[in-house]
Design a protein around this ligand. Structure first.
Ligand code: IPT
Length: 977
């Protein structure tokens, strides 16, 4: 047992020494040692100290490795802060109260490792790792998202037991450069293992594989025990083809004594004929085995790699993969799990990527640190372009740190170690120097190292690019802004001054009900040379599963306590502030395209359609023109079915013959149906599915649903001849057997996160839009018709509303108008809201669907006949807000299981929502467990509904999606089923 006060690792106080990035840590390399290693994952003895220099006591509990103690029953709970640091100290200082986890376990060192070199690998620990073996110091490491390796040969004995202690200090100088937008945790977040090699071993292998089939493998052999023995050599094999050793290189090394006995270098080469190239659509991989041989030919060490042949280059303002200007349909991805925090399993990561593939994504930015190593294997295999990002974000103290020489080593160390680990992955096409850290000399130093070491990939850094998108001298080869307004990107692309590819590192912030105008962005990107795409912020809603009764994280015991995006009763998805933090950034952590359990949000369907590989480019009399919108693949992996939906309720289907099209080609395809003369509005959909099994989707998985309108709706004909009684109460409110609340004017929605953070919600509150006072101006009763004029008076102005209720054959025609004064120039909605009797459980509609859609997020919801249970219409965004809307609804029925209920027909396609909550009820609570569903349905029919935009972080919706002042008119008929 170490006395903490005498311990040199403690005495050094490495948690407040930015110059000290590691001690005793081995160089990072690309040789995967997981195979054949002794795993040390599982329960470790554990105690949490109040500070790193507090002496450990005798009271041990246990903690699961890999995992964070903040989710494993300690009193040090997660805290969410985006930009601000969780403590006041300036870099490199940290608070004296500094939770420190001491992990200890006994390790049996295999007897057969005698004479071998024994290495401990700690997959990731945050933020400072101190290693002791049997009380003796063995190493220090920082950089919370890369592995640290330590040579334990001198301190352990094969065949005996050793006590390994890993001390993890939560706050350090390094925390100031790990100020990413995520929860603060502490712990060991990736696997720990022990492995052995021959003293003379493969120290590193660098693979360069080009699209012309040229393969170069650089091998480094490091001698841990003495001079390089005579006759040792390296061999390589690529899918059975032997590589040749570069004799010229060997001779040059020998002649000028460039390579010493300490470090041997060898180069292997091959020219692969008719090479199958790697790209994100067809991620062809070859298996490479590199062997280090002893003089007698026996194998001393082996390193296995998967090789993808591909080129990445920048040509003018185009980023090219294998010579093609590919679109980057990206997302920012954190390592996240709702039970384990930052610890993610291989299966989890595979599920992430499979989902992304199914929804049309082809790129990932590993925001904002190198992700788990398995992620890159999966990206190689499933096909993703990866922007690999160094673990550097000094957001709160960005300006001070970027030029602080004390942090110089850390910047270079973090960028270099990422490159050394990930350089052989074909998926990695760009290196990123980090995020939100201003721009300084430390970045230039890191860029210099990366460019020199790996000239095959571009480097990007948003903080540098921000100083000039076209400036050639900055540490960014890509113009990679975040949240730049579309018009600014377009202006740059059209300016004639663009010199670099423009690919937004973050755009379309997915917080709550969001991602408005995504389709508009993509229409512009695809039409504008110089624009190449971007990375949506972000993949995950980082909600942590929490028990409501005691406020504790559910942790690993919470498996299965959620479904379909919703936490089980008694639980909720915690966001900032839910663990009692006084300083936090609330629901800003819930800004992903998937819920914390990976259930896709509606925006995923929008994205899937925007990214469609095959599209109906246009409709001509003789048929439709289909286009292949991929970069590399034909259409042979897809199959299709035509669906014709007619307004009268008919749906016809016919198998589709997809033409053989190369990327970029189009072909006219005859219409599969004779369009019936009757039936009204007609829509043709091509249901495209996978023709066979793909690694990321079984046969029959929907890939896209391109659609074209074949015939417009005829103008509505309303019988305005009054027919029967209309009953209203003394306030002019409709009395109807199926309604428990009469139709009244609605001008407000439960503010979305965009509405709140963009300032709209505050304005609406100031205007009093949520509950304007309704005063009746006049009620006029004619035979079979009542005309009610009322004023909705609020602080922002008075809205005159007229509602004409006319009894028509079989129902009621409601004709409405609302006049908004100029002062109310941007409201949430103008429309009708009413509430039904209980028992209506099924919504069937003709309109866009089946998933949620809004005026500026409606490109991925095809028009058709849809039906869903009412309880499934609502989207459970973590902080309750407007949700569950359906765009372009022409008519709907709302029925009970016995088919009774009501039917509504709209004058033209309208925004409709049906759910069990009033807007005020949604807006009043912070979490779903606080919502009490109403027995009846709350129905909104909107003449106009504001777009969603992305104003919680970035541009608001476009002017064309705002609700204008002036007169709005709409009408609908209500019928009893
Ligand atoms: C930007 C960050 O890079 C990202 O980590 C995340 O915080 C995102 O925005 C918003 O969720 S920083 C922002 C202040 C522009």
């Amino acid at each position: 047992m170490t006395d903490a006060h005498l311990d040199p690792l403690i005495a050094l106080r490495p948690w407040q020494a930015p110059e000290l990035t590691s001690w005793g840590r081995l160089p990072t390399n690309a040789v995967d040692r997981r195979h054949g290693a002794v795993p040390l994952d599982g329960d470790w003895r554990f105690q949490l100290l109040a500070a790193p220099d507090a002496p450990p006591g005798e009271a041990w509990s246990s903690s699961y490795v890999p995992g964070v103690w903040t989710l494993q029953g300690t009193d040090d709970l997660p805290q969410y802060l985006n930009v601000r640091m969780p403590f006041a100290e300036f870099p490199p200082d940290v608070p004296a109260a500094n939770p420190t986890g001491v992990y200890e376990r006994v390790v049996d060192v295999p007897a057969e490792w005698a004479g071998r070199r024994i290495v401990l690998q700690v997959g990731a620990a945050e933020s400072v790792l101190l290693v002791h073996v049997d009380g003796r110091p063995a190493g220090i490491s920082k950089d919370s998202h890369l592995a640290a390796e330590f040579d334990l040969t001198p301190v352990v004995r094969p065949g005996e037991r050793a006590t390994v202690r890993l001390t993890v200090v939560k706050w350090s100088d390094a925390s100031h450069i790990e100020d990413q937008d995520q929860w603060w945790h502490g712990g060991i977040t990736r696997s720990v293992l022990l492995y052995a090699t021959d003293p003379l071993h493969l120290a590193d292998v660098t693979v360069r594989a080009r699209r012309d089939g040229d393969l170069l493998v650089e091998c480094r052999v490091r001698d841990a025990g003495g001079p390089l023995p005579e006759g040792w050599y390296v061999s390589g094999e690529l899918d059975g083809q032997l590589l040749t050793q570069d004799a010229e290189f060997d001779r040059a090394n020998a002649e000028d004594e460039r390579v010493s006995a300490f470090l041997g270098e060898a180069r292997l080469r091959a020219a692969v004929p008719e090479v199958r190239t790697w790209n994100a659509e067809t991620p062809e991989l070859y298996g490479l085995t590199v062997r280090l041989h002893r003089a007698d030919g026996t194998v001393a060490d082996t390193s296995r790699h998967r090789v993808g042949f591909r080129d990445v280059e920048i040509d003018g303002r185009d980023l090219l993969v294998n010579g093609e200007r590919v679109f980057i349909r990206g997302v920012n991805r954190h390592d996240f799990h709702p039970l384990t925090g930052r610890t993610v399993s291989y299966d989890d990561m595979r599920a992430d990527l499979v989902l992304l593939k199914r929804f049309g994504f082809n790129a990932i930015r590993t925001a904002h640190y190198p992700n788990d190593p398995a992620l890159y294997d999966l990206a190689d295999e499933l096909g993703f372009y990866v922007v690999d990002e160094a673990d550097i974000e000094s957001h709160d103290h960005a300006h001070e740190i970027a030029d602080d020489p004390r942090y110089l080593g850390a910047f270079v160390d973090r960028a270099a170690r990422m490159v050394l680990r990930d350089k052989n992955h074909p998926s990695v096409i760009i290196w990123s120097l980090g995020n939100e850290s201003d721009y300084g000399a430390n970045h230039d130093a890191a860029a210099g190292w990366v460019r020199r070491h790996d000239p095959t990939r571009p480097v990007q850094y948003e903080g540098a690019a921000r100083h000039g998108w076209a400036d050639p001298d900055l540490a960014s080869d890509i113009a990679c802004p975040m949240y730049a307004p579309l018009e600014e990107c377009l202006a740059h692309a059209l300016s004639g001054t663009q010199t670099k590819p423009l690919i937004q590192c973050e755009y379309s912030h997915a917080m709550g009900n969001s991602n408005g105008t995504l389709a508009d962005h993509w229409a512009a990107i695809e039409a504008t040379p110089g624009l190449q795409g971007g990375f949506i912020w972000e993949f995950w809603d980082h909600g942590i599963l929490q028990r409501v009764n005691d406020g504790r994280p559910a942790g690993r015991g919470g498996a299965g306590l959620y479904d379909n995006g919703v936490a089980a009763p008694g639980h909720r998805w915690a966001y900032g502030g839910d663990f009692g933090e006084t300083d936090h950034d609330g629901a800003f952590i819930a800004d992903g395209v998937v819920f914390p359990d990976r259930t896709p949000k509606p925006v995923m369907f929008e994205h899937r359609e925007i990214a469609a590989p095959v599209r109906i480019d246009c409709f001509r009399h003789e048929g439709v023109v289909l286009g292949n919108h991929q970069h590399f693949r034909g259409l042979d992996w897809l199959s299709g079915v035509w669906e014709l939906s007619l307004a009268d309720g008919t749906t016809l289907t016919a198998p589709a013959e997809l033409p053989g099209l190369r990327p970029g080609e189009t072909a006219a395809v005859p219409l599969p149906f004779e369009l019936p003369a009757e039936g009204g509005e007609a829509w043709l959909t091509l249901r495209v599915t996978t023709a066979g099994d793909e690694p990321w989707a079984p046969r029959g998985t929907v890939v896209c649903l391109p659609q074209v309108r074949l015939r417009a709706a005829p103008p509505p004909v309303h019988t305005r001849v009054p027919d029967g009684p209309v009953e209203v109460d003394e306030d002019g409110l409709l009395v109807h057997p199926l309604l428990t609340a009469a139709p009244v004017l609605s001008l407000w929605r439960a503010p979305t996160d965009n509405d709140e953070l963009g300032g709209m919600a505050a304005r609406w509150r100031d205007w009093g839009l949520a509950e304007p006072a309704r005063t009746v101006v006049s009620v006029r009763r004619d035979p079979g018709r009542v005309t009610v004029v009322s004023d909705y008076v609020c602080a922002g102005g008075t809205v005159r509303h007229e509602q004409v209720l006319t009894a028509v054959a079989g129902g009621l025609l409601v004709t409405e108008s609302a006049e908004l004064p100029e002062a109310l120039h941007d409201v949430a909605r103008v429309g009708t809201v009413f509430e039904t009797v209980p028992g209506l459980t099924l919504l069937e509609w003709f309109g866009q669907g089946p998933w949620e859609s809004y005026p500026d997020r409606a490109a991925g919801a095809p028009v058709g006949h849809h039906s869903l249970p009412v309880d499934e219409l609502f989207t459970p965004y973590l902080r309750p807000q407007e949700s569950g809307g359906r765009h372009g609804v022409r008519r709907f029925t709302l029925s009970a299981p016995d088919a009774t209920g009501l039917a509504v027909r709209l004058d033209r396609p309208r925004q409709v929502s049906v759910n069990r909550h009033r807007a005020a009820g949604l807006a009043a609570v912070a979490h779903h467990d606080e919502l009490v569903p109403r027995a009846g349905c709350v129905v909104h029919i909107d003449a106009a509904h504001r777009g969603l935009g992305t104003a919680s972080c970035g541009p608001d919706t476009f002017a064309s999606y705002l609700v204008a002042a002036g007169v709005h008119r709409w009408s609908w008929t209500l019928r009893v089923l």
